[in-house]
Design a binder for this molecule. Structure first.
Ligand code: PMV
Length: 330
């Protein structure tokens, strides 16, 4: 076992197809240049001790999962659980018994905002623990473990978040079928606008499932349109057709509104971005709050950042991270 290891994994923005991807449709997703970092060290007594400064959570798990808070009380257990699951699954691949680990997580990714913070943390933690234990684990192993961890966050994850955090770049993700890499014919700077409204992904996913159950003929047509957007979006991205990418983002947003996952604040930021010249703008992730993304015309991102902030959001420009999970220190 090593004395220390450190790994990182990127956040993501879903360009097209969130929610539809839960129901078996493809989605296009891009890793962005915000990262979560996990540092792993050996710990005596077989415990898994996890500290996350950004979540203000610090606690200790036994190998069997019994939780003891160190800081933040019992209620932060839920926040640390995916990290525990990721670490535990990786540890079960090691021959050594009674090994313990201490994991420290730092992240600049806004939490519960649709940017895949929890998956990035799980992916980075799995990689750091694997490296600490000197295991020869592949990207596919890390993805599988992080998907298990994601199941503690919400019941029915498509896997898109752990996939993009693991593999990085720009991908088409199809549940059960894995990933296909896309080469964008253009640089894709995006403006992210955060409503600063926290929401629970699982609740939004459930809401869509319920509306689909009530109105299957209507919602299935919407999902088919989502699939068509992904097909056309892939072509537009490959040929660098910014106008088409923007138009398809706008149409995708309208479909998400129809599913009931947008709200007044999201729409306010989306319209502020469009009125400031964005070629397209849509919510990204589960909706109900969280973030929007806007596609600026080349060199015009500042105007859009200002417009989103003027409308009450927090905004920043981001771009693609080609690298997925990465070992920082071994
Ligand atoms: O947790 P978020 O907001 O990054 O959203 C994940 C994307 C969904 O399609 C809504 C859920 C999923 O598991 O794919």
């Amino acid at each position: 076992m090593k004395n220390l290891s450190r790994a990182s994994a990127p956040a993501k923005a879903i360009l097209f197809g969130e929610h539809f991807v839960v129901h078996g449709k493809p989605a296009i997703v891009m890793a962005i240049n915000l990262r979560a970092y996990a540092t792993a060290k050996p710990e005596s007594g077989g415990k898994i001790i996890i500290e996350s400064k950004s979540m203000r959570a610090f606690g200790s798990f036994t190998v069997d999962g019994a939780y003891q808070p160190i800081l933040g009380g019992l209620e932060v257990w839920e926040k640390l659980l995916p990290i525990y699951v990721a670490a535990r699954k990786i540890m079960s691949l090691a021959d050594e018994n009674n090994v313990g680990v201490r994991i420290e997580v730092e992240s600049s990714i806004p939490i519960a905002a649709g940017l895949g913070s929890s998956a990035a943390v799980s992916v980075a933690s799995a990689a750091a623990v694997g490296r600490l234990l000197e295991l020869n684990i592949s990207g596919d192993d890390i993805f599988r473990v992080a998907l298990e961890a994601e199941r503690t966050v919400h019941e029915n994850p498509s896997g898109v978040d752990p996939a993009i955090s693991t593999y990085g770049g720009l991908i088409i993700y199809h549940r059960g079928e894995g990933i296909r890499r896309l080469d964008a014919g253009v640089d894709l700077p995006l403006v992210v606008g955060d409503t600063c409204i926290k929401r629970v992904t699982g609740e939004m996913v459930l809401r869509v499932s319920e509306v689909r159950k009530r109105y299957p003929d209507v919602i299935d047509r919407i999902m088919d349109s989502g699939e068509a957007i992904v097909k056309m979006g892939a072509k537009a991205l490959q040929s660098g057709d910014l106008k088409a990418i923007g138009d398809l983002m706008n149409i995708n947003h309208a479909l998400l509104c129809a599913l009931g996952v947008s709200n007044e604040m999201i729409d306010r930021l989306v319209y502020a971005a469009r009125n400031a010249g964005a070629l397209g703008a849509k919510l990204t992730g589960a909706g109900g709050g969280g973030c929007i993304i806007a596609l600026p015309p080349p060199g015009k991102d500042n105007r859009i950042v200002e417009a989103i902030e003027g409308a009450g959001g927090r905004a920043f420009t981001t771009c693609m991270s080609r690298e997925g999970v990465r070992i920082e220190e071994q």
